[in-house]
Design a protein around this ligand. Structure first.
Ligand code: BG6
Length: 483
């Protein structure tokens, strides 16, 4: 009764995380179709990315080459192996497998590419963790169906899942149905996650005016699609572990004013627990129904949807965690950025150059908050510091700030494990430098591995080890004891 865990359990899944559109490049190779991500231009911290409905000559579309994992995967996976990765989170580009999204038969060349990637991982003893849809869909689905607003897209997605599940049975065990599905609770998610054309404005920003109705309907379609995929996956291979992925938006009350405390709880409910509850419990929570009623959102539910949601609950819960914000019922407070969300400055925290507040203890809070609710195994599948790295004259990169960030977060994960949280894995974001999703920049780097490429797309694409590479290697070797 009195034995408590001492630290990271044996077999803990240490690794790193990426997404196809930010990593692979090869956007038109091997029969791949255009994806929504291929239509997004580069931006900066202050200039938003734009969405174009055709590819415009002379524009910089960062996904087209990204960091060329499509050709360099063997070298990259060797470096992951050298760090001792137990797991590698990657996503599959849907438009590599179904170039238009709605074909009946897959593109063999696309599948063959991932065969090679998985074989390389297997050779190094690295377990793949596959995100089935990470902020991209075949762009043709946007053009013909306006993305996830159309219920027919559910079947296209499930057909895509079936193709993956059958092909990679026995090779891939861990799957995530949608990356950061809860981004669809915010306008920013309209195109990024929903593959829908925003009604007003083609910039990737939060305050576009697409209606809540469209986004929450699209979200409902993704819930149904996810639940169908979970059920189907288990029928194809009962050993599959299929999880959800939430962008955990950690919002504290700015003061002890009960109005602030209640507001923070409401943000947690709508921002995080709405999606978590549907995925984990198979039902919409009561607060969501009230929220929809107050927003005038009326979801179109098919007769079978309730049953589908109940039968397709996930096996584990994963989330991204980068920062926290404060919220206040007082509208006069100053705003600051965050992982896809905005909030208020916390006077106790420092922020990154991109204004994301650094809050390691918040990670322990989130782990406890979620585990107490669901009691499912958990993984932190994104975490990290986006920073500008300087290459020294001798080629070295001393990213002590990144080590510091990760060290403090790992310490808090260990505390959460001692608190009793069933944490099974950790995949810091962008284990190799890649394109920023939010800004399309290269200079916002997260990696242990440096990639020689700048914001304008110039560079050799050569890989090199940062100081954090050597540090993370010993963290893994010591199972989180040597920090
Ligand atoms: C998460 C996304 O929201 O944050 C990733 O799942 C993204 O795709 C990551 O890259 C970091 O955000 P950014 O904007 O710094 O790339």
């Amino acid at each position: 009764m009195n034995t408590i865990p001492k630290g990271f359990p044996e077999g803990f899944l240490w690794g790193g995380a990426t997404a196809a559109n930010q990593l692979e490049g090869g956007y038109d190779q091997g029969g791949k179709g255009l994806s929504t991500a291929d239509m997004m231009t580069a931006g900066t911290h202050t200039v938003p990315r734009r969405i174009t409905t055709e590819l415009l000559p002379g524009e910089n579309y960062p996904s087209h080459e990204a960091v060329d994992f499509y050709h360099r995967y063997a070298e990259d996976i060797a470096l992951f192996g050298e760090m001792g990765f137990k797991v590698f989170r990657l996503s599959i580009a849907w438009s590599r497998i179904f170039p238009n999204g709605d074909e009946a038969e897959p593109n063999e060349e696309g599948l063959a590419f991932y065969d090679r990637v998985f074989a390389e991982l297997q050779q190094r003893g690295i377990e793949p963790l596959v995100t089935i849809s990470h902020y991209e869909a075949p762009f043709s689905l946007t053009k013909i169906y306006n993305g996830w607003s159309d219920r027919r897209v559910i079947d296209f997605y499930v057909n895509y899942c079936e193709t993956l599940f059958k092909r990679y049975k026995g090779i891939v065990k861990y799957w995530l149905t949608f990356n950061e599905i809860n981004i669809l609770t915010m306008p920013l998610g309209t195109f990024l996650a929903g593959a829908m054309i925003p009604e007003n404005g083609m910039e990737l920003t939060n305050p576009d005016s697409s209606t809540d109705q469209a986004r929450f309907q699209a979200l409902h379609h993704q819930f149904v699609a996810s639940a169908k995929a979970v059920k189907l996956g288990h029928s194809i291979d009962p050993d599959f572990k299929i999880g959800c992925m939430i962008a955990y938006m950690c919002a504290y009350p700015l003061t002890s004013d009960p109005a602030d405390v209640l507001l923070a709880q409401q943000k947690d409910n709508i921002g995080n627990f709405l999606c978590g509850d549907v995925h984990v419990r198979g039902q919409y929570p009561g607060f969501a129904k009230r929220y929809f009623a107050e927003k005038g959102v009326e979801l179109l539910f098919e007769a079978e949807d309730e049953q589908i949601l109940l039968e397709g609950t996930v096996d584990f819960y994963t989330f991204s965690y980068y920062s926290s914000v404060c919220v206040s019922a007082d509208p006069e407070q100053e705003k600051i950025g965050g992982n896809m969300s905005m909030g208020l400055k916390n006077p106790y925290l420092k922020a990154s150059a991109w204004e994301w507040q650094i809050d390691p203890q918040g990670l322990r809070w989130v782990l406890n908050n979620v585990y107490n609710r669901y009691r499912l195994p958990m993984m932190v599948v994104e975490n990290g510091l986006g920073a500008v790295d300087e290459v020294e004259a001798d080629g070295s990169i001393r990213d002590d700030y990144r080590i510091e960030y990760l060290r403090e977060h790992i310490k808090e994960m260990k505390e959460a494990i001692i608190d009793g949280v069933d944490l099974i894995g950790y995949t810091p974001w962008g284990c190799i430098d890649l394109v920023s999703a939010g800004t399309g920049e290269m200079k916002k780097r997260y990696g242990f591995i440096h990639v020689d490429k700048d914001n304008e797309g110039q560079g050799t694409l050569n890989r090199s080890r940062k100081a954090s590479f050597h540090w993370y290697k010993q963290v893994i070797a010591s199972n989180g004891e040597t920090l």
